[in-house]
Write a protein that binds this ligand. Structure first.
Ligand SMILES: NC(=O)c1ccc[n+]([C@@H]2O[C@H](COP(=O)([O-])OP(=O)(O)OC[C@H]3O[C@@H](n4cnc5c(N)ncnc54)[C@H](O)[C@@H]3O)[C@@H](O)[C@H]2O)c1
Length: 449
């Protein structure tokens, strides 16, 4: 078969839904993506190196709060979803979407080992007529400079496979808003750029079947840069409101009221909220992928560095406010009973990655606090790579428990919390999220931070 034929065969398989979609990395991005393709009537193969996750999925059990176990069980029974740890089966997928982690190394440089490892696994089985799409967030140039050479080298072993002719390669960033039911993967427009026009066309054709709108761009680099722009934009704007929070607080002005007022401007202003620091897999990490590549180009990204500095100092600011609040009632942090509410990085999710709550807890423990936590979505404190906290279980928020605490620190504004109840039974509440804004009784016990 020559090249136009490979592309044509894949295009018609995509259009008539006989193409098998393989997703590598069954995490917060991969599983919702599988759901979008199953909803569009594709059969899917899900790959993960984590045997526990694959076993759970095979047993019809979800490990992500917003993906229902019932749905997984049904898809497994109907064979529309087949999870596996056997990466040799990548050969069976016509379209392979890579959703593996892209963390930072100890020295805060990009750690592309997961992407490279996956590319090598694909290269080992690459066959003519396959489309590979990288979805993991990364710096501009990764698909062409890192993934393509690995695939092309593997392809040669299999007999001179060339991109755009025999196999196809594209980048399409994932846009997820975890915990926000309004934005399922299928309703979020998807930016898609290819290594070459044929790859771009095939990837755009594929996503066009499963998502509401495809936004074609002229290259993988534009698609990669677009994702980093989106996340850097958030990191910088969150840093801005965090800085203003500290300033307005010093001036006796309530930043939350200021933001709500500014948000009424019908043009030229987008609302961002301050918090106890930055969390999640994306916003605290992705901008540093851009800083790293900028340094390679002899430039510095001062906005990103400054935003990083401000956002990472927020937990210290919150702990200063805790210290001041306890001081008002003649108590030191040392020995005070403090309960942190919320260890997920944002409301209504169970994802603790990069959550500022862990930094808050470390700082409070270092000052000798008698520390506990509650999170309705995180029953046990998970072991985190960069944090060393003792094993803890979430404490039930009973009247007695709250009354025993010297201070309750709201770090994550989960909707499941009854803030009237919390304020009513606590001696002192530090609120980093304006979660208690509707609580009128007992406001004298609340301090914003
Ligand atoms: N979580 C989000 O909201 C979000 C949003 C947009 C983009 N992203 C990006 O998407 C990518 C994935 O993020 P995530 O949140 O889904 O991560 P995750 O940790 O939830 O899931 C990644 C999965 O990949 C698996 N994995 C690791 N190496 C593998 C390999 N070689 N082969 C197969 N599976 C492997 C892991 O076991 C894990 O289950 C990252 O680049 C992230 O920056 C995440």
């Amino acid at each position: 078969m020559n090249s136009p034929e490979h592309a044509a065969v894949l295009a018609s398989a995509i259009e008539n839904k006989s193409a098998k979609v393989g997703v590598v990395g069954l995490g917060y991005v991969g599983l919702p993506l599988i759901r979008a393709f199953i909803a569009a009537d594709y059969r899917t193969l899900g790959f993960d190196v984590d045997q526990t996750k694959v076993d759970r999925l095979k047993a019809g059990k979800s490990y992500i709060a917003h993906i229902a176990s019932d749905w997984i069980a049904r898809c497994i029974a109907e064979h529309s979803f087949e999870p596996t740890t056997d990466l040799r089966r990548l050969a069976e997928a016509d379209c392979i979407l890579i959703c593996v982690p892209t963390p930072l190394s100890e020295s805060r440089d990009p750690d592309l080992s997961y992407v490279e490892g996956t590319a090598r696994q694909i290269a080992a089985v690459l066959r003519p007529g396959q489309l590979v799409v990288l979805e993991s967030t990364t710096y501009p140039g990764t698909t062409r400079d890192v993934v393509l050479p690995i695939l092309a080298a593997g392809g040669k072993v299999a007999g001179e496979l060339t991109v755009g002719r025999d196999f196809f390669l594209a980048f399409s960033p994932e846009r997820e808003d975890p915990g926000n039911a309004q934005f399922a993967a299928s309703v979020i427009p998807k930016v898609v750029g290819g290594i070459d026009p044929t790859s771009a066309h095939l990837a755009q054709l594929l996503y066009g079947q499963a998502v509401v709108k495809v936004v074609p761009v002229t290259s993988c680099e534009v698609a990669e840069a677009c994702k980093i722009l989106e996340n850097t934009y958030r990191a910088v704007n969150i840093a801005l409101v965090n800085e203003l929070k500290m300033l307005y607080d010093r001036m006796g002005i309530d930043v939350w009221e200021v933001i709500e007022a500014a948000a009424t401007k019908p043009f030229g202003f987008q609302v961002f909220y301050p918090g106890p620091g930055l969390g999640g897999h994306c916003i605290p990490i992705d901008p540093f992928y851009l800083s790293w590549i900028a340094r390679k180009h002899g430039l510095s990204t001062r906005f990103i560095e400054l935003a990083g500095q401000i956002n990472t100092q927020m937990p210290d600011y919150v702990v200063d406010r805790v210290t001041a609040a306890l001081n008002e009632v003649k108590k030191p942090v040392k020995g005070s009973k403090i309960c942190v509410l919320g260890v997920a990085y944002k409301k209504d999710i169970d994802d603790p990655r990069e959550s500022p709550s862990f930094v808050l807890m470390e700082l409070l423990l270092a000052r000798g606090a008698a520390l506990t936590y509650n999170d309705p979505h995180v029953p046990n404190l998970p072991k985190m790579r960069h944090h060393d906290l003792p094993a803890m279980a979430s404490k039930p928020l009973t009247t007695e428990f709250l009354a025993q605490q010297d201070l309750v620190l709201i770090a994550t504004n989960h909707s499941a919390y009854d803030y009237h109840f919390i304020v009513k039974h606590s001696k002192l509440v530090i609120d980093t999220r304006n979660a208690t804004k509707k609580v009128m009784k007992g406001r004298e016990r609340i301090r914003k931070a």
